[in-house]
Design a protein around this ligand. Structure first.
Ligand SMILES: *Cc1c(COP(=O)(O)O)cnc(C)c1O
Length: 350
């Protein structure tokens, strides 16, 4: 009766192992909804993988992972003075991210033994130091000889061609700032050959790739998402149904399947082309999308089906036109989801 994620355990674990083997210094990213797999499960998997550090997104995620993973915990969201005091038992394991000179001072004033990385502002322009600010931070740090600088952090945009020019420029500036004890670079979204280049061009530094999606979701063939058919109703053209009293545009079946807005199931883009001319052509043909039906992420016999109306909270209504096979109540049908925005009722690892 549920939206289920089934993981082929053997396949998934072998993918995880191969990513860990080909990415020395790997830092698994364990944040948000745990990429659909839950934070707790990913924390335990990271322990099993044998890495020494994982990265969470926010301070509030620390309690979800701290008991299940025994190593160091990077927090990716930059520390700010309004972040709550850490549990002392946890403080020694946490690596903060700093992105402003004022925060370097404030964190060290609160905890002189705090571990931290300095984030550089990349073309993402999300957080981090510009070059001249980093020089200032380096100056301040010289007044705190006991400070525990754990490296530089760079968060690069996705798939924007080569990152190497940007990385070289940022790192050369950063190295010139003269940060004492700098020996590690934490980086995301560099792949294969780019990572190799970084390792050889900056051979004095330890390179630590932070990887989420390509690790946990990198082998999609190990993952299958299914919904349960909960009910099936035959309808004739003109029959009224649903919350909004729609009428069936032709005969067929209404299917009620598990998975709705509470799971993160949303409306997809309208079917077919959206240009006016295309819409007019569809209207003329009397297609189902002309009746206002929108494509759903649910598929039956490998064909995506239409929502009969917008998804409900825990179930969705699909329209299956006459002449196509109608699944039985209890049957599992496939669903395409965005894993990072979906919460499953059940996760089964085989
Ligand atoms: C989310 C995140 C990552 C991991 O991103 P993926 O695309 O899931 O690998 C790495 N670094 C930072 C700073 C992040 O916020």
């Amino acid at each position: 009766m549920s939206l289920t994620l089934t993981v082929d355990g053997e396949r998934w674990r072998s993918h995880l192992r191969s990513v860990a083997e080909t990415n020395p210094g790997l830092v698994p990213v364990v944040k948000g909804n745990g990429y659909g797999l839950t934070l707790g499960r990913l924390a335990r998997r990271s322990e099993w993988l044998g890495v020494d550090t994982i990265a969470v997104g926010t301070y509030t995620e620390l309690p979800d992972v701290a008991q299940r993973f025994s190593g160091s915990l990077v927090v990716l969201t930059p520390w700010r003075p309004f972040v709550d005091e850490l549990d002392p038992a946890l403080a020694a394991r946490v690596i903060h991210t700093l992105g402003r000179v004022a925060d370097v001072e404030a964190l060290l004033a609160r905890d002189p033994r705090a571990r931290f990385v300095l984030e550089l502002r990349t073309s993402m322009v999300r957080h981090g130091f510009l070059a001249r600010e980093l020089w200032e931070a380096a100056d301040r740090l010289r007044q705190h000889p006991g400070a525990r600088l754990e490296g530089l952090a760079l968060h690069l945009p996705l798939d924007q061609g080569s990152h190497l020019g940007e990385v070289r420029r940022l790192l050369n500036d950063a190295v010139a700032a003269g940060l004492d004890g700098l020996d590690t670079i934490w980086i995301s979204h560099l792949v294969g050959a780019e990572l190799e280049w970084l390792r050889s061009a900056y051979g004095d530094f330890r390179i630590r790739p932070r990887v989420g999606t390509a690790l946990w979701l990198g082998d999609r063939s190990a993952l299958r998402v299914t919904s349960t058919v909960l009910d099936v109703h035959r309808v004739d053209r003109g029959d009224v149904f649903g919350y909004r009293g729609r009428t069936a545009p032709r005969s067929g079946h209404l299917l009620v399947v598990s998975g709705g807005t509470a799971h993160g199931i949303g409306l997809e883009s309208p079917t077919g082309e959206s240009s006016l001319r295309a819409r007019a052509a569809t209207l003329a043909r009397g297609g189902l999308d002309a009746a206002g039906f929108v494509r759903s992420p649910f598929s039956i016999d490998a064909k995506l089906r239409l929502f009969a109306e917008p998804p409900h909270m825990q179930a969705s209504m699909l329209f299956v036109p006459g002449g196509t096979r109608v699944p039985e109540i209890g049957e599992q049908i496939d669903v395409r989801v965005r894993y990072t925005a979906t919460s499953f009722d059940r996760i089964v690892v085989t």
